[in-house]
Design a protein around this ligand. Structure first.
Ligand SMILES: C[S@@+](CC[C@H](N)C(=O)[O-])C[C@H]1O[C@@H](n2cnc3c(N)ncnc32)[C@H](O)[C@@H]1O
Length: 274
């Protein structure tokens, strides 16, 4: 019953957290889901938000493949560095910790204050896991990260695209400069995809994207070397086996769309270009 659901007040960009949340809840309810997220099902059922606006199914599979790709990369990192620290930038109501926890990882969930306030109603800090209320554009949270053991893995899923391009560059260069050797995983979208998004965002009155990136290799000038690049239609090998065969064989046929949506894993491994 909607009357029993929790009312929330969030800003327009913050409310976009309902898009991936709904996608994970929907996927979980499928017979053969690519990923399972029972907590997302619970949160979707208990929060009163505009499902028509944020719960559209279009893009659901793209979002799930993005999330699952980033899960694969984080698991891979933890297999080699079981006691390292993962920083989830713009975490929203993401449950990556629940999906990949190995019992020893340290974890920081970073998001804007209003989002963290909502998040605290469903998640609790523990000895290994803490929430930090700050903008990725601030510098203060970097000190909190430094207090945790390295090596470090920064994940920014579905967040940088909402920020002005100059801010994205500054934030990434700052992380790369302060955490040499760290891994950074993020999603990016071509200019064409951004234009498409503006039309959809205007139709549904949701926050539009701001940052487009036609080639993630262009970020190498910030001191980031590309370790692996996956398009949505050609996800990492480790993930392909989890995708139902019907989709697995059809996905490469949608390569034109796939190339405009990239998930990239970088390593902070070189001085930034001046
Ligand atoms: C589309 S949601 C993605 C949420 C989450 N990463 C996921 O995949 O479920 C975008 C998130 O970015 C957060 N966000 C937007 N601007 C931010 C900023 N400047 N600093 C930190 N987080 C930000 C929003 O509050 C929201 O939680």
């Amino acid at each position: 019953m909607v009357a029993d659901r929790q009312q929330v007040q969030l800003g327009a960009v913050q409310e976009t957290l309902f898009i991936p949340l709904t996608a994970r809840a929907r996927e979980t309810r499928k017979k053969r889901p690519i990923l399972r997220d029972p907590k997302a099902v619970h949160m979707v059922d208990s929060i009163d938000f505009d499902l028509a606006r944020y719960g559209r199914d279009t893009g659901g599979l793209i979002t799930i493949l993005r999330t699952a790709t980033l899960d694969v990369w984080v698991r891979d990192f933890l297999a080699t560095h079981p006691g390292g620290t993962v920083v989830e930038i713009g975490t929203g109501l993401n449950t990556r910790f629940e999906r990949v926890d190995n019992g020893t990882v340290r974890w920081i969930d970073l998001d804007l204050p209003g989002t963290i306030e909502l998040r605290r109603q469903y998640f609790a800090d523990t000895e290994r896991r803490q929430m930090v209320a700050a903008s990725v554009l601030d510098e203060t949270w970097l000190e909190t990260v430094e207090q945790q053991p390295g090596p470090y893995f920064f994940v920014a899923e579905g967040v940088l695209v909402y920020l002005p391009p100059d801010d994205v560059m500054r934030a990434l260069a700052r992380i790369a400069g302060r955490f040499p050797g760290a891994l950074i995983a993020l999603d990016s979208y071509s200019r064409r995809k951004l234009d498409q998004n503006h039309r959809v965002a205007a139709r549904h009155s949701i926050a539009p994207w701001q940052w487009a990136c036609d080639d993630p290799r262009s970020l190498e000038r910030l001191g980031l070397g590309v370790v692996e690049m996956a398009t949505t239609t050609r996800p990492p090998k480790l993930l392909r086996a989890q995708i139902p065969p019907g989709y697995r064989y059809l996905l490469p046929l949608a390569d034109t769309i796939g190339r405009s949506i990239r998930n990239t894993l970088f390593r902070a491994d070189r001085p930034a270009a001046r």
